[in-house]
Design a protein around this ligand. Structure first.
Ligand code: PLP
Length: 456
């Protein structure tokens, strides 16, 4: 079967899917029992499935379709570039015009002196680049023993061996000899779940100072970098206390440790600024970007590097790169995506229209009997499902049981809302309108009601 199969009946598509397709992050036998939902079309913030249901995608795919679905301009940019030059590589002193233009555009958009761009194809491989990049940087500066990268528990940086090692999701490390050597994980700034009796501000300082404790334990001369998502996304949209990032920044500066901001979700408008680092007041030496860079229309990622780091890296052969680094079609599509974000003032729309409407609507869910901790920054939000919001209690069932029920109820009500354990998360396309936000919240409330009814 090598033709597009949209015309087949849903059951037939599901049977073929179960027979041949191994889904990421899934139990394939479970999917086979229920049948995968087949998405056939999409426009704006809505998906259509093979049964004709119209589903509001409050996850923008996988946190990536920032400009929304169905933008012909991106399809045209891809077709134009494919006709002119479908591929050429950027190894061995060659380059292409869209690659140059995108690198220049990213240097213009990125804050501070982040002026140098190394391209990849996914967030995972960009973070693998970062591991090699920061270790090589220190080696070439004459400090090869600086190899330790400090990351956080429950962080997500990708699922390759390197990026999955940076990530702090223990279940991803089982049976895989991960993490790779010299990755150290410290506690995350997740006050609701782990803050105990401390105030959020105290907890923010305490979790940031865990970085200093690692430095003191190993010696600053062993530490290459700290990596963190400005707001943890896949870990459950964990918005850190205000005290957290300034303290991390202070510690990195004090010990001359490179700071890597993983902007794969937070970048390109998600938090109401071009980058989450601007919203959270972070001044990184390296930034990882992907997802919203092309709004998911093409696979592309980048490590954006400061003048200081590039000065060292530019001096010798960095034996690293991917066949599709700086792919001309992906770059042309990303450029068109950035043009739309700029020309249509989409980030202003997030800041002035969508985020305030979404915040009010999202927080209105806090009156629900099983909802605590409604948190939102820009257009990334989360809520904790809890049997008792006053004590921040957990359900008696294994973590994630109630979240999964709520996710299924959400899907049944034609809303894509994801669960991370017993936390529900959203990250809708940035172009969402106030009317669509109303639909989102009505469906989310119904999913919560159905979940509550199930628990009784
Ligand atoms: N970094 C962060 C913060 C992410 O959220 C993700 C994916 O969700 C990645 C890296 C990995 O990106 P990819 O799935 O494109 O490899």
């Amino acid at each position: 079967m090598n033709k597009i199969t949209n015309h087949l009946p849903t059951a037939e598509l599901q049977a073929l899917d179960a027979a041949h397709h191994m889904h990421p992050f899934s139990c394939n036998d479970e999917i086979a029992k229920k049948g995968a939902r087949v998405i056939t079309r999409a426009d704006g913030v809505f998906l259509t499935d093979s049964d004709g249901n119209e589903i509001l995608d409050a996850m923008a795919g996988l946190w990536c379709v920032n400009i929304g679905y169905g933008r012909d301009e991106l399809a045209e940019a891809a077709a134009r570039q494919m006709r002119e030059l479908p591929y050429y590589n950027t190894f061995f002193q060659t380059t292409t015009a869209p690659t140059i233009a995108l690198a220049q555009k990213l240097a213009e958009l990125a804050p501070g002196d982040l002026n140098h761009v190394f391209f990849g194809n996914s967030g995972s491989d960009a973070n693998d680049t970062n591991i090699r990049l920061v270790r090589t940087y220190w080696a070439w500066k004459g400090q090869p023993e600086r190899t330790i990268i400090v990351a956080r528990k429950n962080a997500y940086h990708g699922s390759s061996v390197g990026s999955g090692s940076l990530g702090g999701m223990a279940y991803m490390h089982d049976v895989n000899s991960m993490p790779i050597p010299d990755i150290v994980h410290i506690d995350q700034p997740h006050w609701w779940a782990e803050g105990g009796d401390s105030t959020p501000e105290e907890f923010g300082l305490q979790t940031a100072r865990a970085l200093e404790a690692v430095i003191e334990e190993h010696g600053a001369e062993r530490i290459a970098a700290f990596i963190g998502e400005p707001i943890q996304g896949a870990g459950g949209v964990i918005i850190p206390p205000e005290t957290y990032w300034p303290e991390i920044q202070r510690i990195c500066r004090k010990y001359d440790i490179l700071l890597i901001a993983d902007e794969v979700i937070c970048g390109f408008g998600r938090t109401g600024n071009w980058f989450g680092s601007q919203t959270l007041g972070i001044e990184p030496d390296v930034m990882t970007v992907a997802k919203g860079l092309s709004s998911g229309y093409q696979p592309i990622s980048a490590s954006i590097v400061s003048d200081k780091v590039a000065k060292v890296m530019d001096g010798s052969d960095f034996f690293h790169g991917y066949t599709y680094s700086g792919h001309p079609v992906a770059c042309a599509v990303a450029l068109e995506n950035l043009r739309i974000l700029e020309d249509e003032n989409i980030i202003d729309h997030v800041r002035n229209v969508a985020a305030p409407a979404m915040k009010a609507a999202w927080e209105s869910l806090s009156d629900h009997p099983i909802v605590g901790d409604t948190r939102i920054e820009g257009l990334m939000g989360s809520l904790a499902l809890t049997p008792d919001k006053t004590t921040r209690a957990k359900f008696a069932t294994p973590e994630g049981t109630v979240g999964l029920i709520c996710r299924e109820n959400s899907f049944a009500n034609n809303l894509v809302m994801r669960h991370v354990g017993d936390r529900m998360v959203i990250s809708p396309p940035l172009v969402i309108t106030p009317d669509e936000i109303k639909i989102l919240i009505t469906r989310a409330r119904k999913a919560l009601d159905d979940t509550y009814a199930h628990l009784k």
